[in-house]
Design a protein around this ligand. Structure first.
Ligand SMILES: *Cc1c(COP(=O)(O)O)cnc(C)c1O
Length: 481
């Protein structure tokens, strides 16, 4: 296939566009032309509307009700972000439109959005520069680990391992392993924090990096990061921050200020993009000054004349990790969200997220055992159903029973180090009334666990399909309706 370009063609309304290369026609070779019309199914508009409306009603999202999925930050996504994303100037862009390199101005707005978002994220996190390309949090971790490997290769360091706490998100060791590192997992202490002495013992001259989630996956802030960073830096190791939990510390703590060298952010979690079921997402990776040259290509740069361009000329770069502009729609939503809230607004996000989590923790701790009970948790709280286990009721049953009462279940059985874990992240967007209704329901389920455990164990009753046979569902998967 060949793209045919023309110079200075007329715009839609007869406005002459600036001199540029504009693709005007796809020249598809004859042998690829269709002989007959495609036999596409014909349905009326009404049938299409009914089909999609029906599908949307089978779904559950933040727009339906409370979605307290721990570690995933399922907050309300303001509709203004969606509206901006639907501006024609954005939706009609195509990745193959010429950048400035060809003398065109058609993508300058998109490049400016990416550039400005990158600058804002650097300011929010205390990093020197971000790549906006990674397409998910886990993809960001992989990119980050590739940067870690490039740094050590460049310095001639012999590094073989990456150290993680045993509370880490599964993607952390997975990303490190894909890059060829062996994983050293260090047990957490009885308070759910990193065991500083055990960590120091695990670090030696072959340690490439330490990967920590901040705040950690138990919803707790690690007080010893700075001290640990010093130890890691002594052996020329790097400190990687899994920033999926940024929702707890926006405007409060900048990972770059406490010793982290690189990090990823889940734009879809912290900066309000509807997500779930595996997408869509964006996991920008930020680095400190000494790692900038390894960032993947391309990077958006601002030139002296105020125009923007994609820079591919980066000899030390780890190379391509995603095509074109990254997940542009997600970056754009994050940009709107950050501009809308501003510095004070972002700090308030975290204050309210933390307040809401603590409210739930305090109200429920009489009924459910708190996994680790510090004076205050961060943006999520982790319970265990060990008390309910005595009546044969397990975390899975409690989660299913919540469905009967119209709530999405929280995260369950994660973090792995908490027996029968129930991990609740209310986020800042929920009202006190919603939190109270949820708390009341959780208390009711705890009472049901004693008075009528069978009801809880056989939930849900209100869904078209009752309790799935989880083993059969995994072994003999059938995705048809
Ligand atoms: C969600 C999450 C990830 C992975 O992010 P994805 O965008 O789902 O790939 C990594 N670490 C933590 C702590 C997370 O919560």
């Amino acid at each position: 296939m060949k793209l045919i370009f023309e110079k200075g063609v007329k715009g839609r309304r007869g406005v002459k566009l600036p001199e540029c290369d504009v693709p005007v026609k796809f020249d598809i070779p004859r042998n690829f032309h269709r002989a007959n019309d495609a036999e596409l199914p014909e349905v009326s508009e009404l049938e299409v509307v009914r089909h999609y409306t029906e599908l949307s009603r089978r779904n559950f999202g933040v727009d339906n009700n409370f979605y307290p999925l721990g570690s995933c930050t399922m907050k309300y996504n303001p509709k203004i972000d969606e509206e901006v994303c639907r501006y024609k100037g954005f939706t009609e862009l195509h990745p193959l439109l010429p950048q400035l390199r060809h003398g065109g101005m058609l993508t300058q707005g998109a490049l400016e959005v990416i550039y400005n978002t990158e600058r804002l994220l650097s300011e929010i996190t205390g990093m020197a520069e971000f790549t906006m390309q990674p397409l998910a949090g886990a993809h960001g971790e992989l990119t980050g680990t590739m940067i870690i490997a490039a740094y050590h290769r460049d310095k001639g360091n012999k590094k073989t391992k990456i150290v993680v706490p045993d509370s880490s998100h599964g993607t952390n060791p997975a990303s490190a392993a894909i890059c060829g590192y062996s994983i050293v997992s260090v047990p957490s202490n009885s308070e759910g924090m990193i065991d500083y002495d055990a960590f120091v013992k695990a670090i030696d001259s072959e340690t490439a990096a330490v990967m920590l989630t901040c705040p950690n996956t138990l919803g707790l802030f690690e007080p010893e990061i700075k001290k640990l960073a010093q130890k890691v830096h002594e052996v020329d190791g790097l400190m990687y921050c899994d920033g999926a939990n940024m929702n707890a510390i926006l405007g409060k703590v900048r990972p770059g200020d406490i010793g982290f060298d690189l990090m990823h952010i889940n734009l879809h979690k912290t900066f309000a993009t509807p997500h779930g079921g595996g997408g869509p997402g964006a996991g920008p990776v930020g680095v400190v000054e000494k790692l900038r040259k390894f960032l993947p290509i391309s990077l958006v740069v601002k030139r002296n004349d105020g125009t923007y361009a994609l820079d591919y000329d980066r000899p030390s770069s780890i190379g391509f990790i995603a095509p074109f502009y990254g997940n542009f729609g997600i970056i754009l939503r994050a940009y709107c969200y950050i501009l809308m809230l501003g510095k004070e607004g972002l700090a308030r996000v975290s204050e309210n997220a933390v307040l809401n989590a603590n409210y739930i923790k305090e109200k429920l701790k009489k009924y459910y055992q708190v996994a680790h009970d510090p004076i205050a948790c961060m943006h999520e709280c982790v319970f265990s159903s060990v008390k309910q286990n005595k009546n044969g009721v397990h975390t899975l049953d409690i989660a299913k029973r919540l469905i009967d009462y119209g709530f999405h279940p929280p995260t369950i059985y994660f973090p792995l180090i908490v027996k029968e874990a129930i991990m609740i992240e209310p986020t800042e967007t929920e009202s006190k009334e919603t939190l109270d209704a949820f708390i009341e329901t959780m208390i009711k389920i705890s009472q049901e666990s004693e008075s009528e455990p069978e009801t809880v164990k056989s939930a849900p009753k209100t869904t078209p399909v009752s309790r799935l046979d989880e083993v059969a569902a995994a072994k003999d998967m059938d995705l048809r309706f």
